[in-house]
Every structure is written in structure tokens, then in C-alpha cells.
Design a protein around this ligand. Structure first.
Ligand code: M6R
Length: 612
């Protein structure tokens, strides 16, 4: 939930740390800081606010050195403030620490350390780590051992970077349940929460595993397990390039990522069909007829936008495969003692692969004997590593906090998984498969088409809706689910109160909220339900609502009841959600832009939620 970066080499560490932190701001942006090893001391600069504030601070109060650590924070323990910003340091300023995660037993450790005479200055859990390392270091004069012993005492999650004045040529890193990689350069090495932070320097990295440590020098990296045994690791080479982590002329990452969707969808489709196009190939996942016949239910678990992609999967799997599918948000699933066993296929969906709730849900599912299929974007992430099978969503970096292209990739994954399971279990015939495949092949150009046409329309009418205080998304079936995603996007970046409702449910309560000029977004792309939803739109219209409809081309009678209509190109019923969501994304984006909000870094949020 925070971003960490570290550098050891011959350059001045500060610019490397600052540019790294800037690329990691999607992980948190309420305070930032760096610690740099100067002659015989550690120079620490930290401040509330975004990395730009830190940059300005450093202009007035520079520090320099060839080894340093940096941090951009999303507050958990203690409000965003200068004092709570990382790095935190030992009382004698000899040890500095940056941390991403939560130390669950910090109060107990703090009490213990206070009794030993340590003074605390911040409200954070991280400060205990700095003091504990110092305490163990004073016992044995061995920094690695001191960090290792500290980790043995810590309960919770951590990615750590540690600097010590007695070790002017190295930094130490460690991780458990929070991501951390060790970037490998020539005569310089790095640590980072995520590869964009160091892509300017290297694409090669060791992906640290849980409870592993690294001692990083400019010309050498050694990895250890928690017991202190040296371990080997293969170098992982990231395939993404620097441009992928830049805006490339777009005003915001979100807009860039929206426009990347035709390519993302194309990439996902082109790699997942057999050469003759008659079957699906899912990255070698072993979910064939035999395994699938052994499964009597599917459980889909995820958070936020990934959960909505999962709900689309649920609707499709139940309708096409006729298998019972449950879907839960991970934070509920993990504490409800879910009814799963070895006959359950649990599908966890996550862009980052690091979401704490989803990861815990995965572990729970495995402990109950279920087979876990991870649908993940970030290669080598915790969820990808711990799932029995992984289908990567090939969306590339997603930097904007509001997920767009990753959602589309997850939805395509739901299409592919549904078709695969349906085919293996004989629930779809060749003709229907071919028909759907043909429709899927058109999706990239259809998304392009929407992007070209809808953008002008949406920009044209955003002013009309910008004053809205409450927005309702209504639809039936798949349209209801896609409305959930549209509504979340509007909340996240435009800070507008918005709620999704099953259109048929309105009259059971929510319609009482409709008054003159309430904005209702009606998603009506499911032709079989068109007349039903149209009637519900009439009902809200009759009570004064303004209606913006998203419908499929050819259903122009929606214009009788809607104030504005955005059409998506004609497609197979199971594929409409992907297309209907594109105007929803643009609508949220241009509403947020009109309202002057910080689109890529919405308040209170962070991209990757690695805490509970
Ligand atoms: O990385 P994940 O896909 O596991 O993240 C799940 C949610 O936190 C995420 O989708 C969140 O809802 C997004 N900010 C939505 O735009």
C-alpha cells in the first residue's frame, strides 16, 4: 500500500529515488521521504504530501550519497504527517527503515522497547522495526542477523529497506506478503515495490519470496531465507519498456490506459485460441474434462473492480455452463467459513496480485482443499505464485488508481474461461463457439470505434450532468453488473455519490430517491431484457430523472425515454459488458476532469491494497 525504492551504486541516489518514488505514487501519496547515507551519517528528508513536496524540500535542504532508500506512503498507523512519513530511524540515527505493510504486534513490541529505554516519536508501527533492529544490532554487531531476528519477532506483513551507518556499502531488504523486487544493474543495484520504479535502469530483477532477505551492494546481491541460509534465485527479466510507465502525451494515465484497451483485448485474444480457432488455450492450465468433471461448484473471489469482472464470469458460467457459481468480495469470503472443499474451483481475480484480502482468501481456499485458479495481471506477484494455476491477463502496467484496461482484460479472461469450461464439458456446440469467436475477434475494433465516437458525445454532454449529486446506474443481468463497475469508477475519481441497482429492484425501495434531475445511467445492452429495462427507465423518467442510456446499435427506440444515448456496436449478448463499460469509463473520466479532481491519484485511495 506504500511504495519503496532503494539504490546502491555510483550515482547520486537522490534523483534515482525521487524518480522511482514518482513512478510508485500510485501505491500511496500522502507523504514521502528518503534516507541517504552521507559521510558518516544518514540524511533523512521527509514530508507530508506528494513526492513533489519532497522534491521541493530536497531543493532547499539537499542530501547526497550513493546509497539510499525512499518511501511514498498510504497511511495506516498514524495520520499523514511529516513525523509519520518514512523513513523511520533508531534513536541514535544510525539505522533507517522504510516499510510497506502492517506490523500487527507493534503495540506489544513498542511496550517492550519502551521498557528498554527506546523513545518513539511517530504514531507508526514501522518505528518499532527501526528500534528492534537497533536493539538486536547492539547485541551482536551483525546487521543481517539483527534484521533477521527482528523479522522473527514481527507479526504481520512487510517489505523493508534498511540502511545502517556502520555498513556504508550496502542496504538490506526483506519481504513477507508485501511485494519487493531487487533490481539488478551494472555496478548498481536497486530495490523496489514494483518494476516501474527502476525501469529506467534495469529490467532484470530477483523477485523476493515471503520471509526472504537480500543484502544488496553495488556489485553483489545475496539472498537469504529467514533462517539465514543463502538461497539461489533465477533472474526474472521484465518485458515491459519505459514508455509503458509513462503518459506518452496523454493528460492522465487513466486516459492512456482507456485508449490501450483495443490492444490489450487483442493481445489477450490472439494468444488464447488454438491455431484453427476451434478451442481455447489457457497458458497450459490443466483444467481439462477430467479435472472439471470433478468440480461441483465454482467460487469467484476478488475485490473492487476485479470482483465486478468476477460477477460477469458468474453470470456467464451459470448461464452457459450451468454450474453453480458463488461470488464474494474477498474481505467477506475470508471470514465467513465458506462452503468449499476439494470439489470446488476457486477463481481469484486480481490486477496487482498483491491485494491482501484476495491473497488471504486464496490461502483459505487452498487450506480447504479447493483448487485455486488465479486470474492475475502482475507477473510473479504473490497471488500468481500461490495459485495452483494462473491465467495472466496481459494488460501491461496499469498505473492509474482507477482500473480500466485491467478490468477489460479480466472480462476477456472470464469469456475465455467460460468458453473453455463449456467446451470441455460439452455445453457449447461448434457452431455457437464459432459464432462467439467471430464476435470476439471484432471486439478490439469495436472498442476503437466506441472510443472514437463516444468521446465526442460524452465531452459534449458532460456539462449537462456535472452538477449531479447522486447518480444511479440501473440495468438487468449483465447490464446490472457492468453498471456496478461504472458506478464505482464515478465514485472513485469524480467523488460523486453513485449506486448501482438491478433495474427491477428499483420499485422495492430505491425509486424513492429519484427526484427532479437525478441522473440515472441506464445500461440496456441485453436485448432479451431491453423492454423490461426500458420500462424501468420510463418509471424513473416519470419521476423527474435525467437519463443517460447505453444501448446496442439498432435499439434506437431507447431514444423515446432517454435524454442522451451512447450506442455500442452490435455484438453477441455475452460480450456486451466489455463494450458497454468503455463509455462508462469515459463518462467517469470526463466528469472527474470537469470537476477538477486528481484523476490518477484520487483521495484516500491507493492502487494496490496490501493491507487488510
Ligand atoms: O489489484 P486488485 O485487482 O486485486 O485490486 C482490487 C481493487 O482494489 C481494485 O480493483 C480497485 O477497486 C480499483 N481501484 C478500482 O478501480
Amino acid at each position: 500500500m506504500c511504495g519503496i525504492v532503494g539504490y546502491v551504486g555510483k550515482q547520486n541516489a537522490v534523483p534515482v529515488l525521487i524518480s522511482g518514488l514518482q513512478s510508485l505514487e500510485y501505491r500511496g501519496y500522502d507523504s514521502a521521504g528518503v534516507a541517504v547515507l552521507e559521510e558518516n551519517s544518514i540524511g533523512i528528508r521527509k514530508t507530508k504530501g506528494k513526492v513533489d513536496n519532497l522534491r521541493n524540500l530536497l531543493l532547499n535542504e539537499p542530501v547526497s550519497g550513493n546509497i539510499g532508500i525512499g518511501h511514498t506512503r498510504w497511511a495506516t498507523h498514524g495520520a499523514p504527517s511529516d513525523m509519520n512519513a518514512h523513513p523511520h530511524f533508531s534513536n541514535d540515527d544510525s539505522i533507517a527503515v522504510v516499510h510497506n505493510g502492517i506490523i500487527e504486534n507493534y503495540q506489544e513490541l513498542k511496550d517492550e522497547l519502551e521498557k528498554k529505554g527506546y523513545e518513539f516519536y511517530s504514531e507508526t508501527d514501522t518505528e518499532t522495526v527501526a528500534h528492534l533492529i537497533h536493539y538486536f544490532y547492539k547485541q551482536g554487531n551483525d546487521l543481517l542477523e539483527a534484521v533477521r531476528k527482528t523479522l522473527e519477532r514481527i507479526e504481520g506483513s512487510y517489505a523493508l529497506g534498511v540502511l545502517c551507518t556502520d555498513y556504508p556499502d550496502q542496504l538490506i531488504a526483506a519481504r513477507k506478503e508485501s511485494p519487493l523486487i531487487v533490481g539488478l544493474g551494472k555496478g548498481e543495484n536497486f530495490i523496489a515495490s514494483d518494476i516501474p520504479a527502476i525501469l529506467n535502469y534495469t529490467k532484470d530483477a530477483y523477485i523476493l519470496g515471503d520471509k526472504e532477505l537480500a543484502v544488496i551492494k553495488s556489485d553483489d546481491v545475496k539472498l537469504y531465507d529467514i533462517k539465514g541460509n543463502e538461497i539461489e534465485r533465477e533472474v526474472y527479466t521484465y518485458k515491459w519498456d519505459v514508455e509503458a510507465a509513462q503518459k506518452n502525451g496523454y493528460e492522465h494515465f487513466m486516459l492512456k490506459e482507456i485508449y490501450e484497451q483495443p490492444k490489450v483485448v487483442k493481445d489477450n485474444l490472439s494468444k488464447r485460441f488454438s491455431e484453427d480457432g476451434k478451442s481455447i488455450e489457457l497458458d497450459g492450465i490443466k483444467l481439462g474434462k477430467k479435472e472439471l468433471e470433478n468440480i461441483n461448484q465454482i467460487y469467484i473471489v476478488a475485490c473492487g473492480t476485479a470482483y465486478y469482472a468476477g460477477l460477469i464470469g458468474k453470470y456467464l458460467l451459470e448461464r452457459i455452463v450451468r454450474i453453480p457459481v458463488n461470488a464474494d468480495v474477498a474481505s467477506e469470503f475470508r471470514y465467513k467459513d465458506p462452503l468449499i472443499d476439494e470439489k470446488t474451483l476457486v477463481m481469484v481475480i486480481s490486477q496487482s496480485g498483491e491485494t491482501a484480502d484476495t491473497h488471504s482468501a486464496l490461502k483459505l481456499a487452498k487450506s480447504k482443499g479447493a483448487r485455486v485458479l488465479g486470474v492475475v495481471n502482475a507477473v510473479g506477484s504473490s497471488i500468481a505464485r500461490d495459485a495452483d494455476d494462473v491465467l495472466y491477463t496481459l494488460a501491461g502496467f496499469e498505473i492509474a488508481v482507477a482500473s480500466t484496461k485491467a478490468f477489460s482484460a479480466q472480462v476477456v479472461a472470464m469469456y475465455l474461461i467460460t468458453l473453455h469450461i463449456a467446451q470441455e464439458l460439452g455445453k457449447i456446440d461448434e457452431k455457437e463457439f464459432a459464432e462467439i469467436k467471430k464476435a470476439m475477434d471484432n471486439l478490439p475494433s469495436q472498442i476503437n470505434d466506441i472510443l472514437n465516437k463516444a468521446v465526442l458525445k460524452i465531452r459534449g454532454f458532460v456539462d449537462k450532468y456535472i452538477e449531479s449529486k447522486n447518480v444511479f446506474y440501473i440495468g438487468r443481468g449483465l447490464d446490472y453488473v457492468v453498471g456496478m463497475e461504472g458506478s464505482l469508477k464515478l465514485k472513485e475519481i469524480a467523488y460523486l455519490h453513485s449506486e448501482p441497482y438491478a433495474a427491477g429492484e428499483l420499485k422495492h425501495g430505491p425509486i424513492a430517491l429519484i427526484e427532479e434531475a437525478t441522473l440515472v445511467v441506464g445500461v440496456v445492452t441485453q436485448e432479451a431484457l431491453f423492454d423490461k429495462t426500458k420500462s424501468n427507465i420510463k418509471e424513473v423518467k416519470a419521476r423527474g430523472a435525467k437519463v443517460l442510456a447505453i444501448a446496442m446499435e439498432g435499439n434506437s427506440s431507447i431514444e423515446d425515454v432517454a435524454d442522451d444515448v451512447i450506442y455500442i456496436p452490435r455484438t453477441h449478448w455475452m460480450l456486451t459488458s466489455l463494450l458497454a463499460n468503455i463509455p462508462q469509463q469515459l463518462f467517469a473520466y470526463y466528469m472527474a476532469l470537469g470537476l477538477g479532481e486528481d484523476i490518477d491519484k484520487p483521495r484516500n485511495l491507493a492502487k494496490s491494497v496490501t493491507v487488510e
